[in-house]
Write a protein that binds this ligand. Structure first.
Ligand code: SAH
Ligand code: SF4
Length: 308
């Protein structure tokens, strides 16, 4: 419930809702497209995972930190469409507030936040950390940073700064390749911050805060999905509190990159598991968080405009 939670210094309707659409049949995934005051648009996704006999139900919001993204990863639709500007702290905070209001009508509330929408959160460090502190403020929402995950391409100085602050957020490191040559060809900023430095920073954060580091690995057929690459990956991420999340690529328009077969993804996973690395494959394409985040924006914008 937000009522009575005390309004922050700025108005919560700053990022007013412009358009939203139910993506999943049972209303389990909802995407919001927010129009900002300067008419730029960002997207925010909410996913509800029903509880099971051994887990409680979760409602996760996937927030954006920038309009577009300056990093330009080869496999990412957001990266391919360029960079407009950073979001302000208020615009990040407001994604949470606006969605919470909507959920409250259905007697639901957010349990988790992931920075996996548009943008590179560590490239907008002050606003992102400011927003996390706002949500955590006991006078407002009292939402624990332990329930927040920052997904980053690995801007090392900012990952280090985060752990120096001791902010107990979870890290998701977008690794995607087990060697620097390949990673630099997919993610140009790897030339500046190579794999070993990123993993050292992530590991230090986990050691300092006790929070988990998950390594995100988008599987691209014939690029990073060989069994030898799985073995290399296993050696790299073999530290306490580490987890690997394999994500068969969601195709993007105009790109020849493609996901591997299911059998190949499973063989890749098996190698990591045999090496003792906890590993999951993100299975449900199209409705899962990665499909829903960042990648559908252009198409949604077009269809909502043509409907208007
Ligand atoms: N900039 C941050 C956070 C946003 S991207 C980062 O890169 O970590 C959120 C996640 O979506 C990342 O793990 C990213 O690698 C993944 N992603 C991007 N493009 C994808 C695609 N085409 N298919 C599947 N996942 C993708
Ligand atoms: Fe930016 Fe992340 Fe997409 Fe790379 S994967 S372009 S860092 S949003």
């Amino acid at each position: 419930m937000l009522a009575g939670a005390g309004e922050p210094a700025y108005r919560a309707d700053q990022a007013r809702r412009w358009f939203w659409q139910q993506l999943a049949p049972a209303g389990e995934t909802v995407k919001y497209l927010f129009k900002l005051r300067d008419s730029r648009t960002i997207e925010t996704v909410v996913m509800h995972y029903p509880g099971t006999s051994n887990s409680r139900s979760r409602t996760t919001i996937c927030v954006s930190s920038q309009v577009g993204c300056p990093i330009g990863c080869s496999f990412c639709a957001t990266g391919q469409s360029g960079f407009d500007r950073n979001l302000s702290e208020a615009e990040i905070v407001d994604q949470f507030l606006a969605v919470s209001r909507d959920l409250a009508e259905r007697e639901r509330s957010l349990t988790n936040v992931v920075f996996m929408g548009m943008g590179e959160p560590m490239n907008n460090y002050a606003a992102v950390v400011g927003a996390i502190r706002r949500w955590a403020d006991s006078r407002t929402l009292n939402f624990s940073p332990r329930r927040v995950t920052i997904s980053t391409i690995g801007l090392v100085p900012y990952v280090e700064r985060l752990s120096e602050e001791g902010l107990p957020v979870n890290l998701a490191i977008s690794l995607h390749a087990p060697d620097d040559d390949l990673r630099s060809s997919m993610i140009p900023v790897n030339r500046k911050y190579p794999i070993a430095a990123i993993i050292a920073a992530a590991k230090a954060h986990s050691e300092r805060t006790g929070r988990r580091t998950s390594y995100e690995y988008v599987l691209l057929e014939g690029v990073n999905d060989s069994l030898e690459q799985a073995r290399r990956l296993a050696r790299l991420v073999n530290h306490r509190l580490s987890h690997v999340n394999l994500i068969p690529m969601n195709r993007i328009e105009g790109s020849p990159l493609a996901p591997p077969s299911k059998a190949r993804s499973q063989a890749f996973q098996a190698i990591l598991q045999e090496a003792g690395i906890s590993t999951t494959i993100r299975a449900t394409r199209g409705l899962d968080i990665d499909a829903a985040c960042g990648q559908l924006r252009a198409r949604e914008l077009q269809s909502s405009l043509s409907r208007a």
